[in-house]
Design a protein around this ligand. Sequence first.
Ligand code: NAD
Length: 506
Amino acid sequence: MVNTINAQRQTFNSQGAILSAIPSTIPNQIGSDDMGPLEGRLFTKMDPATGRALCQVARSSAADVDLAVGKAKAAQPAWAATTVVKRGDILRQIALLMREHRDAIAMLVSKETGKSKKDALGETDAAIEMGFFVAGEGRRFYGQTTTSAVPNKSAMVIRQPLGVAGLIIAANTPIANVAWKAFPALLCGNAAILKAAEDTPLSAWAFGVLARQAGVPDGVYTTLHGLGKEAGAPLVEHPDVAVISFTGSCEVGRWIAETAGRRLAKVCLELGGKNPLIVCDDADLQNAVTWTLGSAFSNAGQRCAAGSRIIVFDAVYDRFRNMLVDATKKLKVGAGDTDDYGPVINEEQMTNMLGAVERAKQSGAAVLTGGERLKGDRYGDGYFMAPTIVEPVDPNDEITRSELFGPITCLYRVKDFEEAIALANDSPFGLTAAIHTQNINRAMTFIGRIQSGVAVVNGGTYGSEPHMPFGGLRQSGNGWREAGTQALDVYSDLKTVYINHNPNLT
Ligand code: NAD
């Protein structure tokens, strides 16, 4: 086996690499080795801002997964035996290194997604903050102490690791997606294997480089690259992977739940959204427009928390629509720091967006602005789409019920609060929701009745903080929460402990 691996190993420059140089080929990082995939295959990663090839990437298969799981399984017990304070120290060191290399990481994120350096820096900072937050949990790592009905007996609950954690992520906010899973998985004493999103291999690779430099022991953290069915599926199916934490589409999430469920593995799913933002007749309309723009179009709408259903009271509908359309037409699309958002992640996504708009038009919807691919010198062959606002005809239209994950939002006219909340809740999803109102009673009623994992008053549908739990209902997830101390529940199991400390008197 070792010979085979050595024979297949390719030469990569990422050992102790300078992060600011993009390697021509992105390797897997298994144990202390940078490795080419065992079957020797690569795929081409495209630059979304130019439509041109950016680099080659390891195209892993079940054999690579098996190798990584074997190393992770061997390394995990020693990591679990390391105190959680020490594990937190090592994670803090990763966060410190990320801060030191903040610019380089943001450059990689910007290159692989096409988003501006400014946006990439914001996302990198959130990832670093997540590292510091989780590292601090190493000094708490609360379980529970409680009482017993029996004298001289103590009762408590402690956390224990699960073993090997399989982490599978989407490409939309890549370095944050890595941080949201890797930090808590490792703190809890698991060995973690991250299957990077095929569209964003660079930031995942950079995290792997820094994790090694920070002193994460060999085999405890692995980065694998490849396509979902070839590299992700074997991780889900592997009998030695105790927990799968997945961020991605409902379709793949459902398959993962079924497949891992068959062997009763723990599964955390963070899936899609079709998030409502309600604008009431007493809203500050300018503020509502500002937050609608951010919710609908920031990150090119590639957010699970994107505001894609804007529900507006009849009394202010026409005024709000005009203000929103005017503001949307002023948005600047491009990869620069003065632009409002960049390209979608790949050509397929571009085609999907245009197809969804076309089908909406055919079913009678009006496209108020946008709806097309942006062309011309500035855009070249990049995957840029104009900010698009659609007025669907029917709340049961495909464009209302399915997630698009692009810079497209829909406007709905409602009579009053009751109709607004009913429409907001009439969705296969339940991730985030927002309301704009100056009426505290309306705001509180909305918080109580909206069926979502996150509820926001007078703000956007997006914007999650590292110390706060994030997740959703229905097809948005399966009940677990990412980030916050709640993330520790995903990656640890609870052990109930009884101690009869004076058996003679118990
Ligand atoms: P996707 O499901 O196609 O891919 C996500 C990841 O899963 C990728 O790494 C991919 O390689 C992998 N994958 C694909 N098929 C697989 C399989 N059969 N087995 C194992 N892994 C497989 O999703 P996408 O289109 O890349 O991402 C967009 C989706 O992610 C949207 O639905 C969005 O809402 C969701 N998302 C959710 C959150 C959240 O926290 N709820 C955050 C970001 C994105």
